[in-house]
Design a protein around this ligand. Structure first.
Ligand code: HEM
Ligand code: MTE
Ligand code: MO
Length: 466
């Protein structure tokens, strides 16, 4: 065992910059990570936040680090130990200790921050997903918001700022209700990961859910703030959440101004979900609901709205949630070359039977969901039991919504005879939207390094009991 020099926290604290070298502690060990700063996958500015001190409070926030390969990198930079009297430091607060309780049925992808999806078989049991089972996608700890002191800041033309309390938001603007499906850009990412590794949470097919949302129309609030809808050229409505990372930057995103102001855009600042006040995980007290648009723009714990010539400067608008060619890798990717994802493409998946199920011979009932972005309705779902050689048309259930405003999914099912003599079935589904957009048949040609927009034909392989 190597003998390392012993340092005090004060000595470690003198190494806070590249010029003075960058030291950090983890447990009772001291590391000189100067040479890793430029290599850090999370960027040099993030890693420098921990310079001169302990990594634990930062890693508690970014749980991506609790993996063996991360610790292995760290070990390579060890230069010393903390002196024994320094090791009994007060326990660091867990930034996630204030997160709300969650339903035990959820399949957890990441605990801190909390990311979870319902079991697929439960997903299509209800047209409106019960809020407790609705998928949850948080980038940071859930903020604790005091409804009495909550204010929504809305920047009007010329920088005049409107500050709305919760009662004002509820009483000054008519309540509007919309049934809309939210889907994470990473839904079905795990299928891309099987083709070639991608970076991101391993979502199955259930990072998608549907709720009845109630709240004020964003266009009413923008009109009240002084916007008339006649702005020409490129404008965006930017949103900020109350959840902040350690550098103090809030979760943020933006949508095109035209979507926000359209009478038929149905963009809400929602304070209700399925007839109750918004649950904490879903943005209490107020979130944006942008029907037809990728989950990431539906900013939760909304604190600020502003109209700008530029898209949101946030990391999630600029350097994430974009699609690329399968030829682009992490060495060549240039996020400025691709537009931010807004409307999502046509999607469908089989929720029942689950993969690897064994079913009795005779008749088989297959269930799933289908949805398209941009208010495009689903006009048909085709299902095959033989890997795509022959097809059946599924029956669709669920609300029929007006053309161009079909914000919610359709649940579908098909009851078909199991072909006699078959021992295995390769079930496939694919949907068609009102623009006759279809899903691609395989994952390979749409693979992208971030694993977003995964919407190939969904395939489930099952066994028939003999
Ligand atoms: C990602 C190492 C410090 C923020 C990563 C990853 C590694 C790494 C290996 C990629 C993990 C993966 O995707 O499997 C380290 C080491 C650190 C350090 C060795 C200290 C010596 C920090 C600090 C912060 C931070 C102090 C925050 C203040 C992040 C973020 C990501 C990340 C946000 C995710 C980037 C993304 O997915 O785009 N880090 N890190 N890291 N790190 Fe660190
Ligand atoms: N808003 C804030 N403030 N913070 C977040 O981490 N996550 C976004 C979006 N809004 C997020 C946010 C992403 S990526 C998605 S997919 C949806 O919220 C998920 O919403 P849900 O948790 O209500 O399902
Ligand atoms: Mo997402």
């Amino acid at each position: 065992q190597a003998l390392y020099p012993v340092f005090t926290r004060q000595e470690v604290g003198r190494h806070r910059s590249l010029a003075d070298r960058v030291w950090v502690t983890y447990g009772s060990e001291v590391f000189d990570i100067t040479d890793f700063v430029e290599l850090h996958p999370g960027g040099p500015s993030k890693i420098l936040l921990a310079a001169g001190g302990a990594l634990e409070p930062f890693w508690a926030m970014y749980a991506v680090h609790s993996q063996e390969h991360v610790l292995e990198i760290l070990r390579g930079y060890k230069v010393g130990e903390l002196s024994p009297e320094e090791q009994s430091q007060p326990a660091q607060g867990d930034p996630y200790s204030g997160d709300p309780p969650r339903h035990p049925a959820l399949k957890v992808n990441s605990l801190k921050p909390f990311n979870a999806e319902p079991p697929a078989e439960l997903l299509t049991e209800n047209y409106l997903t019960p809020s407790q089972l609705f998928f949850k996608r948080n980038h940071l700890p859930v903020p604790a918001v005091d409804p009495a002191s909550y204010r929504l800041e809305v920047e009007g033309p010329g920088g005049r700022t409107l500050s709305l309390s919760l009662p004002e938001l509820k009483s000054r603007f008519p309540k509007h209700e919309v049934t809309a499906t939210l889907q994470c850009a990473g839904n079905r990412r795990s299928e891309m990961n099987h083709v070639r590794p991608v970076k991101g949470l391993e979502w199955g097919i259930a990072a998608i859910s549907t709720a009845r949302w109630g709240g004020a129309r964003l266009r009413d609030i923008l009109a009240y703030a002084g916007y008339g809808g006649e702005e020409t050229g490129e404008w965006h409505v930017c949103f900020e959440g109350l959840d902040k990372d350690l550098s103090g930057s809030a979760y943020g995103a933006s949508i095109p101004y035209g979507k926000a102001m359209a009478c038929e855009g149905d963009v809400l600042l929602a304070y209700e979900m399925n007839g109750e006040e918004l649950p904490r995980d879903h943005g209490y007290p107020v979130r944006v609901v942008v029907p037809g648009v990728v989950g990431a723009r539906n900013v939760k714990w909304l604190s600020r709205v502003l109209v700008s010539r530029e898209e949101s400067p946030s990391h999630w608008q600029q350097n994430d949630y974009k699609g690329f060619s399968p030829s682009v890798d992490w060495d060549t990717v240039d996020f400025t070359t691709a537009p931010a994802i807004q409307e999502l493409p046509i999607q469908s998946a089989i929720t029942d039977p689950p993969p690897s199920a064994t079913v009795p011979p005779g008749e088989l009932t297959i269930k799933g969901y289908a949805w398209s972005g941009g208010g495009r309705g689903v006009i048909r779902v085709d299902v095959s039991l033989d890997g795509g050689r022959t097809w059946h048309v599924a029956e669709m259930a669920g609300e029929e919504q007006p053309p161009g405003r079909a914000w919610a999914w359709r649940l579908w099912q098909l009851t078909a005879p199991v072909p006699t003599g078959s021992t295995e079935l390769d079930i496939v589904c694919k949907a068609v939207d009102t623009s006759y957009n279809v899903q691609p048949d395989t994952v390979e040609p749409i693979w992208n390094l971030r694993g977003v927009l995964s919407n190939a034909w969904h395939r489930v392989h099952i066994t028939v009991a003999q």
